[in-house]
Design a protein around this ligand. Structure first.
Ligand code: UD1
Ligand code: CA
Length: 471
């Protein structure tokens, strides 16, 4: 049966001390709310609803390009039960297994959601609660069980007696699976007569028990999976847990890490076998690294594809394709639209933007190459630059195959340099260079024998005689 997931994310998160809604804060470069949505999708949810409220536009923007996700606005935060009422009002009745997740609980795994759904459907439960045993239950809703051990109710911390606060240690994770039909029929039975004057979704448990509907609870093996993020300290802790989980999977799959605690890999990144990730490496977005590569140290790649056998050292790169056997860095900056073809080399203090560097071509030292198509077998001398911007428009530079550009060459775009051409060092190239030609743009070298020696002697003499003083 198609499964629906509802992610509650309307809260403000005052403890974050932030201008942004809590669930927009990033964990391994993905917003907090992205994680439960991803877990729900992996568990097979066909419909995902995110309840937004505080900072609604910012949260909505996170899913602007995600066709599986719908957002419902809860304009007043009257409690978790009220959030569900808003969904029912906006989208109509719930159908099939309906899982409720929190936008600030990013460590929840898809397997746990699936187990919750399985428990609900196989027992025809009206509701299954996921519970946990945290070392400190303060603040959590407590699970009250009857003499037979069946779940009787969830009592919020603030509504517990002192004795209940001390003895009820099993806590509500806030994650449930409901039968959609029965939830639609009974959600309006929730009232707000409690310590916080809120509509508690947790009240559904006691409501169902009274009706004689089957309710059960499963306790998570590991409470850390259910840790909520309420503060920046907790965000850092959750980041560590997720970093460990992802890096562990990568190492199990054949990736080497000199120091796993100093490598951060986003959830959508892939890394091939026998690749080594060195310290202070961050791989974000849809980055994919091939096999037998070395990445890092000090490298951040976002949406970068790296082919097999390449090395990328001390580099920042975005929206770039690196083919096989390429060497990059140390200290390169690869900006969007860069394509480094097989065997290319981009060296130190080199910036490339919106350019193709052909197979085996080299840009080894101190260069800027922008809006350029470069063929294969090209050598760009140190300190050469494509002058692609006239202050208003960007222009292209086209360099053929097997071109040799001497050091400190300025190529003023638009300009074309033909196959096999040679450009003398320190030239400012403003006109096209035909294939096979030599282009040199510089004045003749002037030489005056003995001039420098004579000048220095004269200056020293003036100083000794006090004829000239320090300026
Ligand atoms: C809730 C549970 C509690 C559980 C705890 C686990 C209730 C009444 N209590 O308490 O039993 O132990 O989670 O973390 O459900 N939200 C909305 N709209 C609202 C209120 C909340 O979208 O009107 C969202 C929040 O953004 C947050 C989540 O629901 O993501 C939980 O809300 P919060 O008020 O923090 O609930 P807790 O008091 O922690
Ligand atoms: Ca010059």
């Amino acid at each position: 049966m198609p499964m629906t997931a509802i992610v509650l994310a309307a809260g403000e998160g005052t403890r974050m001390k932030s201008r942004h809604p809590k669930v927009a804060h990033k964990l391994l470069d993905k917003p907090l709310v992205w994680w439960p949505v991803d877990a729900a999708r992996k568990a097979g949810a066909t419909r995902i609803v995110v309840v937004v409220g505080h900072g609604a536009d910012e949260v909505r923007a996170i899913f602007a390009n995600d066709p599986d996700v719908e957002c419902v606005v809860q304009s007043e935060r009257l409690g978790t039960g009220h959030a569900m009422m808003c969904v029912q009002e906006a989208l109509g009745d719930f159908h099939g297994p309906t899982v409720v997740l929190y936008g600030d609980t990013p460590l929840m795994r898809a397997e746990t959601i699936s187990a919750l759904v399985e428990e609900t459907t196989s027992n025809h439960n009206a509701c299954t609660v996921l519970t946990m045993l945290p070392p400190d239950p303060t603040g959590y809703g407590r699970i009250k069980r009857d003499e037979d051990g069946a779940v009787a109710a969830i009592i919020e911390h603030k509504d517990c007696t002192a004795e209940e606060q001390a003895t009820l240690t099993e806590c509500n994770s806030g994650i449930y699976c409901f039968c959609g039909r029965r939830l639609s029929e009974n959600l309006n039975k929730i009232g707000n007569n409690n310590a916080q004057g809120e509509y508690y979704l947790t009240d559904m448990v006691a409501i169902y028990r009274e009706m004689g509907e089957p309710v059960s609870a499963i306790c998570a093996d590991d409470y850390t999976e259910l840790l909520g993020v309420n503060s920046r300290r907790q965000l850092a802790m959750a980041t560590k847990v997720m970093q460990k989980r992802i890096n562990g999977q990568l190492m199990d799959a054949g990736v080497t890490m000199l120091s796993p605690s100093q490598v951060w890999v986003g959830p959508e990144v892939t890394v091939g076998r026998d690749t080594e990730l060195l310290p202070q490496t961050m791989l974000w977005g849809n980055t994919s690294i091939g096999e037998d590569c070395v990445v890092g140290p000090n490298t951040r790649l976002t949406n970068v594809v790296v082919g097999d056998g390449s090395s990328v050292e001390e580099t920042v790169g975005y929206d770039t394709v690196i083919d096989e056997g390429v060497t990059v860095g140390p200290r390169a900056y690869l900006r969007p639209g860069t394509h480094l073809c097989d065997g290319a080399h981009v060296g130190t203090h080199v910036e490339i933007k919106n350019s193709t560097i052909g197979a085996g071509s080299k840009v080894p030292h101190l260069s800027y190459i922008g809006d350029t198509s470069m063929g294969s077998g090209v050598n760009i001398g140190a300190g050469s630059i494509t002058c692609n911007y006239d202050g208003v428009f960007k222009h292209r530079t086209t360099i053929g195959n097997d071109v040799f550009i001497g050091s400190d060459t300025m190529m003023v775009a638009p300009v074309e340099i033909g196959d096999g051409a040679l450009v003398g060092a320190s030239s400012c190239i403003t006109r096209n260079v035909p294939a096979g030609a030599l282009a040199v743009e510089r004045n003749d070298q002037v030489m005056i024998e003995g001039y420098a020696t004579a000048r220095m002697a004269k200056l020293k003499e003036q100083k000794a005689n006090g004829e000239r003083k320090q300026g």
